[in-house]
Design a protein around this ligand. Sequence first.
Ligand code: SF4
Length: 252
Amino acid sequence: MTTSSLETTAKALNERLESLDLAGRLALVASLEGRAVFTTSLGIEDQVITAAIGKNKLAVDVVTLQTGRLFDETAALIDKTEEAYDILIKRYHPEKADIDAYAARYGLNGFYESVEARHACCDVRKLKPLARALEGASFWVTGLRRGQSGNRASTPFAEADAERGLIKINPLADWDIETINSYVATHAVPVNPLHARGYPSIGCEPCTRAIKPGEPERAGRWWWENDEKRECGLHVPEAAASSIIPNSSSAA
Ligand code: SF4
């Protein structure tokens, strides 16, 4: 699809998705021509989406980026979720050669030393595996919500991702955390026990801390950096990600 047809399709889809509930939004995406991939980090939003896919047996591939630095609780939740919904969550791992090259240049935990080193680690452990996970996909389902941070405040239900040549679907864009919690309770969705210990947003273990009362949801991610808009590069355009990530793959 050309960029302009991607944008036209995304705009029309955005309008159709708005009036539907979560199951309806996912069912609509699953019914479209082309492969739909949902990337889960096993966070609470993603668990809600996985539950809706699993319960309704929707034709959406569920995948996760097994960075090799996840909390034990997160790794255990992958297995538990597969069992709960009788689904496969396909794991995408970083390449050993990339990890070795990173460690030789920056040190295994070099991400604390500079933003450049941190983005380089996310590139190796997340962006490159993500590119493999999205190969051949037409739709990329994510758990992004407008309320998660200031730079996600205008998240649409569907948006063109021209660099990756697909349409990104954000079926929880308009959900608040209360609605998420209510869904989890009503549907007995398995969630990461770390949420109850002050971790609303959970990434890799060395790069995530619990937040203090009153802090924004994502304040515990890469907390040593000052940039309010810090992200791992997954949810910024690839061109922008490449400009801040040395040796970044051109992903898709
Ligand atoms: S979140 Fe931290 S450990 Fe995980 S890939 Fe990014 S820099 Fe590396």
